[in-house]
Design a protein around this ligand. Structure first.
Ligand code: UTP
Length: 298
C-alpha cells in the first residue's frame, strides 16, 4: 500500500529519554543514560546529528526526573565559551550542540509507563504532522558512502508515505528481546509490514526482523496510544499501537544500510566504542595496538 496524498515533510523528531537506564546502574543514578559517551560524544548527540542530517530541526525531548543534563547539553554554555575564547581555544567542537532558539522543546513523562506512553506525552507538540522517533541508546552507524539511518528513512518516506520503521536481522534465538515484524512484499530495502509483535516467544515470532530504534509515524498513532492498554512488561507499548494502524495506513520497514549498536547494554556500549575508535584516524592505530595487546594477554 502506498500513500498517494501529498506528503507533509518530516520536520519534528521525538527523543524519548525518560527511561530509568537500570542496566547501567550505578552509572545512571545521577546521569541520564543518553549522556553516556561513545568516545567523545554523548549518545544523544549522535541521534541529534542523525536527525539534522535528515533535515529535521525541531527536536522534542521526552524527559523525566534527573534528565536536565540532556537539555543543558544543547544550551548555550556562557561561562565555558567565554573562558575558552579568553584562552584562544576554538569553539568549533561545540558547534553540534547549538540548536536554533525555539527548536528544542522538553516535555515531561511524569511516570515511566513505557515507550508508547513517552511518545504520547509529546502529542501536543507533535500536532497534526508526521514525525520521526529516535531511541538514542540505539546507535545507528551507516555504511561508508551511505547516508545516516533517518535520512535513508526520509528518502523512503518520500517514495511511499505512511509509516516506516527501521529493521534489521538478528539470530532467531534473540527475537524475544525485541519488537518483531511480520513481513509482506519486498521491494529493495523496503518491506511491507503486515503485522508487529512485541517480545514474542521464539516459536511465535513471525520473522527474525526486529524493529531498531528509528520510526516515521503518522500523527494518528497518538489517538491510538490514547486508548492503549498496558502490554508486554506492564508498559504501554509503541509496537502495539503501531500494529493497530496496519491495514488503514501504508506501513513499511526499511532495512538499514549500516550497523546498529545496542548502547543500552554494557557489551553493546563496549562494542560501539571499539568499533568507532577503530574508524577514527586520530586514534585507530593506537586503539588497534591496545586491543591486540589486551587480547594476547587474556
Ligand atoms: P529501555 O527499554 O531501554 O528502558 O527504553 P530504559 O529504562 O531506558 O533502560 P533499562 O532497560 O532500565 O536499562 C527504550 C527507550 O524508551 C525510553 C528510554 O529512555 C529509551 O530511550 N523510555 C522507556 C521512556 O522514555 N519512558 C519509559 O517509560 C520507558
Amino acid at each position: 500500500m502506498t500513500d498517494n496524498a501529498p506528503r507533509k515533510p518530516i520536520r519534528k523528531a521525538v527523543f524519548p529519554v525518560a527511561g530509568m537506564g537500570t542496566r547501567f546502574l550505578p552509572a545512571t543514578k545521577a546521569i541520564p543514560k543518553e549522556m553516556l559517551p561513545v568516545i567523545d560524544r554523548p549518545l544523544i548527540q549522535y541521534a541529534v546529528d542523525e536527525a539534522r542530517e535528515a533535515g529535521i530541526d525541531q527536536l522534542i525531548f521526552v524527559t523525566g526526573r534527573g534528565k536536565t543534563a540532556i537539555v543543558e547539553h544543547f544550551d548555550h554554555a556562557f561561562e565555558l565559551e567565554t573562558t575558552m575564547k579568553d584562552r584562544e581555544k576554538s569553539l568549533e567542537i561545540l558547534e553540534p550542540t547549538r540548536i536554533q532558539p525555539g527548536n528544542l522543546v522538553a516535555v515531561r513523562q511524569q511516570v515511566p509507563l513505557g515507550l508508547g506512553h513517552a511518545i504520547w506525552c509529546a502529542r501536543t507538540v507533535v500536532g497534526d504532522e508526521p514525525f520521526a522517533i529516535f531511541l538514542p541508546d540505539e546507535l545507528m552507524i551507516a555504511n561508508k558512502g551511505s547516508t545516516g539511518c533517518m535520512k535513508q528513512m526520509v528518502e523512503a518516506y518520500n517514495e511511499v508515505g505512511g509509516n516506516l520503521i527501521s529493521v534489521l536481522e538478528v539470530p532467531e534465538e534473540d527475537v524475544s528481546s525485541y519488537g518483531v515484524i511480520a513481513p509482506g512484499a519486498k521491494h529493495g530495502a523496503l518491506t511491507e509490514v503486515t503485522g508487529l509483535v512485541e517480545k514474542p516467544r521464539r516459536e511465535d515470532a513471525p520473522s527474525n526482523l526486529i524493529i531498531s530504534g528509528r520510526y516515521i509515524l503518522q500523527p494518528e498513532v497518538m489517538r491510538v496510544l490514547e486508548g492503549q492498554e498496558k502490554g508486554a512488561g506492564g508498559e504501554i507499548q509503541l509496537t502495539d499501537a503501531m500494529a493497530q494502524m496496519i491495514g488503514s495506513q501504508p506501513f513499511h520497514a526499511v532495512t538499514f544500510a549500516g550497523k546498529r549498536y545496542d548502547c543500552g547494554s554494557k557489551t553493546g556500549m563496549v562494542e560501539a566504542t571499539l568499533a568507532l575508535a577503530l574508524e577514527r584516524e586520530d586514534m585507530a592505530d593506537e586503539v588497534r595496538a591496545i586491543a591486540r595487546r589486551l587480547l594476547e594477554a587474556s
